[in-house]
Design a protein around this ligand. Structure first.
Ligand SMILES: Nc1nc2c(c(=O)[nH]1)N[C@H]1C(S)=C(S)[C@@H](COP(=O)(O)O)O[C@H]1N2
Ligand SMILES: [Mo]
Length: 204
């Protein structure tokens, strides 16, 4: 029996519904660290969060602004395109919808580009960005994010492959068209639904 089949079979023994595991994925309890390039130097005294593009007024928040916003908690399964999935990860942060309520998008905005340190980007349809569970997370389990997992703030969009859950996030740009982000330009799927196995260009 292959590693993947054994791993899937082991879920039932653990009392976990194997249907939670998308095709081609294996379950792990570890929390691997992945990013393109190095972990950024984060300086909270100059840190800002910018919302620009098709928005009536550009927003520029400091950490002290973000820190005062209401947080909520969310538990989600996460699925990395490199085939590991981790179940029941628990996050706390500012709902994406809360930030969205504070801006006025210009007519015609359909997509966002999430922006992070080192020029890392990821694209999302606005509809997917605004799913009620999505967070700009500052807390994992009960502790502030570690630097390697995205301190001080990362996006969590659990219904898509985890490369869309941008670490070290610094803001987002509203757009009237879809455009590829960092991994999408290198061949990853523009949308990235794990249950349809949309890993690379041309998948589903
Ligand atoms: N800023 C930034 N965010 C990123 C990445 C990155 O390279 N840079 N990699 C993505 C990928 S491919 C994955 S799988 C997850 C990994 O998150 P983790 O290191 O917390 O497991 O972060 C995503 N967010
Ligand atoms: Mo990934």
């Amino acid at each position: 029996m292959s590693f993947f089949r054994r791993n899937r079979a082991s879920l039932e023994r653990l009392g976990i519904d194997p249907d939670r595991l998308p095709p081609g994925q294996y379950h792990t309890e570890r929390f691997p660290v992945l990013q393109a390039g190095s972990i950024p130097d984060v300086d909270m005294s100059t840190w800002d969060f910018v919302i620009d593009g098709l928005v009536e007024r550009r927003v520029e928040w400091r950490w002290s602004d973000i820190d005062q916003m209401p947080s909520s908690e969310m538990t989600a399964d996460i699925h990395c395109v490199t085939k590991w999935s981790k179940f029941d990860t628990r996050w706390k942060g500012i709902p994406v919808s809360h930030l969205w309520d504070q801006i006025t998008p210009k007519p015609g905005a359909t997509h966002v580009m999430i922006n992070a340190y080192h020029g890392f980007t990821a694209n999302l349809p606005i509809e997917d960005f605004l799913r009620p569970r999505n967070l700009f997370a500052h807390t994992y389990e009960d502790d502030p994010l570690t630097l390697e997992h995205g301190f001080p703030l990362r996006l969590i969009v659990p219904h898509l492959y985890f490369w869309k859950s941008v670490k070290w996030v610094r803001g987002f740009t509203l757009m009237d068209t879809d455009a590829p982000g960092f991994w999408e330009r290198s061949g990853y799927h523009m949308y990235g639904d794990p249950f349809s196995e949309q890993r690379y260009w041309g998948d589903g």
